[in-house]
Design a binder for this molecule. Structure first.
Ligand SMILES: [Zn+2]
Length: 201
């Protein structure tokens, strides 16, 4: 996997509006869509004036929606302290790359759809934030492999300081990517250690 002019080579593109340049790229933020197919979630982002840089389908198919040097709208109200510089960022859109993973998460409506799909698997777990034990859709191997490959090339290309989850930069309102996602393994594969810091409001 390689990047040319802030686009992954040889992947699908379905561009979403993103006009502001992003001058500082510091972190990678991992999300689940809480939805059905990635394509349907791209349409939903388009309708709701949201965006992420990349969408990864359950079979590992990658679609890039925003150039990596443009600000996407995936993080919302959020915060993060750069582990390398100690700088506190208020709002992660301005300094992060967002990867959306097609996954129902703990969304009951999306789980209802996902359970009917071939190869569906899930776990029961409590979120690291606490709360009740819930069902979470598992991330298929091909999809995990796609996420790992893209994360590695992004960290390397843009010298990112951290990989975190939406649930760590906005824990008061977000559960993604949740306990079914191999966050520790991804971070270790990209040269980081331990789980991401949770930035409470
Ligand atoms: Zn999210």
């Amino acid at each position: 996997m390689t990047i040319t002019d802030h686009f992954l080579d040889d992947v699908n593109q379905d561009l979403l509006p993103a006009t502001r340049p992003m001058d500082v790229r510091r972190a990678l933020v991992i999300h689940f869509t809480g939805g059905a197919t990635g394509a349907s979630s791209i349409e939903s982002m388009r309708d709701n004036h949201l965006s992420a840089h990349v969408m990864i389908e359950r079979d590992g198919t990658v679609t890039q929606c925003v150039a990596f040097n443009r600000v996407a709208s995936h993080a919302g109200v959020s915060r993060w302290r750069d582990p390398n510089t100690g700088n506190l960022f208020d709002g992660l859109n301005a300094c992060s790359i967002g990867i959306e993973i097609a996954n129902a998460g703990n969304d009951e409506g999306a789980l209802k759809w996902a359970r009917r799909q071939p190869g569906f698997a899930s776990i029961r777990a409590r979120h690291r934030k606490g709360g009740p034990e819930q069902e979470w859709e598992s991330y298929p191997e091909a999809q995990r492999a796609g996420v790992f490959e893209i994360a590695q090339v992004l960290v390397e290309t843009y010298h990112l300081d951290d990989i975190t989850g939406h649930d760590c930069i906005a824990p008061e309102r977000k559960d993604d990517p949740g306990p079914a996602f191999p966050m520790l393994e991804l971070r270790e594969a990209c040269g980081f250690s331990g789980l991401p810091v949770v930035h409470n409001r």
